[in-house]
Design a protein. Sequence first.
Length: 76
Amino acid sequence: MGKTTGFLEIERRDRAYERPEARLRTWREFVQPLPTAEVERQAARCMGCGIPFCHTGCPVNNLIPDWNDLVWRDDW
């Protein structure tokens, strides 16, 4: 799952948000997505835990470590 030492080597980076003043004037999404290359780097941070608690966090019941591994390998 992901890169074995990715969690230690790759700094966590989150998406940016539109300023509140700009959000008030539009109905568009206010989360600015990361570039695809950065999403793949972030997916490499998955630790491949023995008991991945992130499974309970996916609203569509995806196996998140497996999904992260596919994203990291550019196998969308």
